[in-house]
Design a protein around this ligand. Structure first.
Ligand SMILES: Nc1ncnc2c1ncn2[C@@H]1O[C@H](COP(=O)(O)OP(=O)(O)OP(=O)(O)O)[C@@H](O)[C@H]1O
Length: 309
């Protein structure tokens, strides 16, 4: 796969504070890559390096084969950028803003088409200051799309959007990647990453703590099996749990919850035992970790490591 975004040991400094501390990323053409992380993890700082808005303190970054900061003229016309705060003149109308933006963009798509894509076609005559927060986000997205970018950088594209608008934006982004647009987005909505991302990275404190497909990141976390034992049965009667991959358990009365790093082996052994013993496991439920659990565990684990240092 052709890499469209590539970084190696990428670093960013603000005076003596290193906000991005050595990041290696590769994003292929047509891929949607999500950058997640705790507040202040360094997502926006990284995004700005990829967009060419700032020079790295060290390491390298290539976008479409060029250095986005030094070779801005080669890269800028081929990318679309949606910042966290658009910062457009609020006295202009939606259509005037889009026309002004289109005037600065080579090969711009028709303004009406861009506004239609974000469902703002009927709001062309409204002043930007009169838009709701969610409508402004959608206008920001329309402007980022105007130049038919090959690579789209979206910094929290759906923050402040209601559920319907968020789903509409997801549909739009999916359509763009299907047409071959490469998208790198940051988000605080884990569901957004689960829905959209081919691959993702979870940042914490300037570093990538975990990365890969959602299923890879989740597979590294323990899964859960929960069930209810009959009143005449006890947890101690189950086969030895540790060799089955069980790393922890909770029980409250008849309710049992097992944490396992090998869901298939634990579930198979549990069901075989229940069959052989003629035991009914009421409310049996088995499930992998969710991305939210993986995220929380990474954030908690790294915080306790920091506390130890
Ligand atoms: N201009 C700046 N000067 C000094 N420090 C900065 C500057 N911009 C960001 N930082 C610091 O760099 C770190 C990373 O900030 P950044 O905005 O990249 O994080 P983020 O992951 O995007 O956070 P959020 O999810 O809250 O938007 C933070 O500690 C922040 O305070």
């Amino acid at each position: 796969m052709e890499p469209v975004i590539e970084t190696a040991d990428l670093r960013r400094r603000y005076r003596d504070f290193e906000a991005v501390r050595g990041i290696d990323l590769t994003v292929a053409r047509g891929e949607l890559f999500a950058l997640l992380g705790t507040n202040g993890a360094g997502k926006t700082s990284t995004l700005e390096l990829l967009e060419g808005q700032a020079a790295p303190a060290a390491g390298s970054v290539r976008v479409l084969g060029h250095d986005p900061y030094r070779e801005r003229a080669a890269v800028r016309p081929r990318i679309g950028v949606m910042l966290q705060e658009g910062g457009f003149p609020t006295e202009l109308t939606v259509a005037e803003t889009a026309r002004m933006w289109a005037g600065c963009t080579s090969g711009a798509r028709p303004v009406d088409e861009a506004l239609e894509a974000v469902r703002l076609a009927g709001r062309g005559k409204v002043r930007v200051r009169q838009l709701s927060g969610g409508e402004r986000r959608r206008l920001d997205l329309a402007l980022a799309l105007l130049g038919r970018p090959e690579v789209l950088f979206l910094d929290e594209p759906t923050t402040g959007l209601d559920a319907q608008s968020r789903h509409g934006t997801w549909e739009l982004i999916r359509g763009l990647t299907e047409q071959g647009t490469t998208v790198l987005l940051t988000t605080h909505y884990l569901e957004e990453a689960e829905q959209l991302a081919d691959r993702l990275a979870i940042m914490h404190d300037g570093l990538i703590a975990a990365s890969g497909r959602v299923s890879d990141v989740v597979a590294e976390r323990p899964a859960w099996i929960s069930f209810e034992l009959p009143p005449d049965r006890f947890l101690g009667e189950l086969p030895p749990l540790a060799p089955l991959g069980v790393t922890g358990h909770e029980s409250a009365g008849p309710q049992v919850r097992l944490e396992t790093v090998d869901l298939q082996r634990t579930a198979t052994a549990l069901l075989s035992w229940a069959r052989d013993e003629g035991v009914e496991l009421r409310g049996l439920d088995a499930r992998s970790a969710t991305l939210e659990e993986a995220f929380m565990e990474i954030a908690r684990g790294l915080e306790s490591e920091e506390a130890r240092c």
